[in-house]
Design a protein around this ligand. Structure first.
Ligand code: DC
Length: 218
């Protein structure tokens, strides 16, 4: 069974989905992290598309959720920290817009979620990847709130990016993610919309947990 949360960058999808997974003891899948690993490969290929597609075929991307931590691996090397830099954020939407990359990431996700109960977060999960998901959520928040959340995350890691820079990056990604032709960011008709601008983290987690619980206990 899969439950999905889609929404723009910084709307709180990943941290909420992770907390829901911990509380309900189900699996968590951060699909954006997989596009970020593909972006690491793109940067290694020095943005040469031909070389990038070759490396993408050769290299193995995998992930696991253990002890409350979602880890992504590239050829068995843990790259969970390397994918969170501003450099990766600046290129990830460009990489995620490539249909070849989307096909590979989607195939990997479908294979993994065949067994177990998952909550996954992304942009197009409810519309394109898992149209038959058991439950769909679409999380939104105003851009300033989203940028402040991302900045706090970056600052915790010692990154001294400014609020303006993070806001510009989020606005850019919103634009690319929503206007690309390959599976753009879009609310599925049957998704439940949650505006997190004025909600506490605990409130947003409990709204989602309350909806999922009846499905996993029945
Ligand atoms: O959630 P995130 O910020 O880590 O996602 C990184 C990028 O990946 C985001 O800018 C768009 C892309 N993405 C996507 O196109 N489809 C998904 N299902 C998840 C992420």
């Amino acid at each position: 069974m899969i439950v999905v949360i889609d929404g723009p960058a910084g709307s709180g999808k990943s941290s909420t989905a992770r907390a829901v997974a911990e509380q309900l003891e189900i699996q968590f899948l951060d699909s954006g992290a997989l596009y970020r690993v593909a972006t690491l490969i793109y940067l290694k290929a020095e943005k040469n598309k031909e070389l990038f597609f070759e490396l993408l075929k050769e290299k193995k991307i995998s992930f696991h959720f253990q002890e409350k931590k979602f880890s992504v691996l590239l050829n068995d090397t843990d790259v969970s920290n390397d994918i969170r830099t501003m450099q990766v954020s600046q290129h990830v939407s460009e990489v995620a817009a490539m249909p070849e990359v989307r096909a590979q990431v989607n195939a990997l996700m479908h294979k993994v979620v065949e067994e177990g109960i998952y909550i996954a977060d992304g942009r197009d999960l409810g519309t394109a990847v898992f149209p038959n998901a058991a439950l769909k959520f679409f999380m939104v928040a105003d851009i300033k709130t989203r940028a402040e959340r991302r900045l706090a995350e970056l600052q915790k890691k010692g990154d001294d990016t400014s609020l303006e820079e993070v806001m510009a990056n989020i606005a850019d990604r919103d634009e690319i993610d929503s206007s690309r032709s390959a599976d753009p960011l879009k609310k599925a008709d049957d998704a439940i919309e949650i505006d997190t601008s004025a909600l506490s983290f605990e409130e947003q987690v409990s709204i989602i947990c309350d909806q999922i619980k009846p499905l996993i206990t029945s």
